[in-house]
Structures are given as structure tokens and as C-alpha cells.
Design a protein around this ligand. Sequence first.
Ligand SMILES: [Zn+2]
Length: 137
Amino acid sequence: MTTQTHHVDHELIEAAAHVARTRCRGDQHTMAAAARARDGRIVTAVNVYHFTGGPCAELALIGAAAAQGVHELDTIVAVGDRDRGVVPPCGRCRQVLLDYFPALEVIVGGDDRVRTVRITDLLPEGYVWADHQGDAE
Ligand SMILES: [Zn+2]
């Protein structure tokens, strides 16, 4: 794997950590995500836990961003409640993030190993949904 390390957006991590500390409640909201929009804005969200498959914080964030008119995200990070620190995206989120933002960078790794990687590095040989729609020849 050719995972590259890029600049780590510590302000973004702190934004997610702040939401995790102040907004996560009990079992319904246990994760916070923050993303850096192309225009520099930070968008945040929390997960919506539910046994029917409520969305992770990363997916809730895509909707929150769209509601604010933000459709271009450069970097995303998720932080767990109860001081769990940076948490990598689950498999479903990796697929959704890749399809929505193919150039997205994701902050992963624990305390002293925190780093920025491309979404494509988190889902090597991934299925690209857009490559398989219509245009039947
Ligand atoms: Zn997820």
C-alpha cells in the first residue's frame, strides 16, 4: 500500500473532540465528526445510533454539510466520546465517503500516530459506484 502522510489538521481534530465532549449523550450519540470544507469552513455532526442502522457521524455530517450548502469536503475526522480519541471510519463510511468525495483525506490513528491518508488508501481496489452506472455500450 502506498499510504501517504499529509499535513494533519489539528484544528479539525479539536473541533470533533469538542463536539464529542459537549454534545454526545448516552447511547444515542457516541461519535462526533468534523470536516474541512473546500472554502475552509468546518462542519460537524454526531452519529444517530439506532438498532435499525442509524448513520455514523461521518454520514450524518454529509447531510449536515449539504444542509449548509457545503458539497466539497477536503478532510474528515471522527472522534469518540469518553475521550476515545480519533476513530477510523467503518467500512460502510469508507465506501460512502469514496463515492461522494473521491479526493477526500481522512485523519486516522491514535494519539501519537495520528496522520492524514487518502480515502482511496483506506479502501484499496474499492468499488467505485459511479463507474458502474448507465452508459451501457
Ligand atoms: Zn461508519
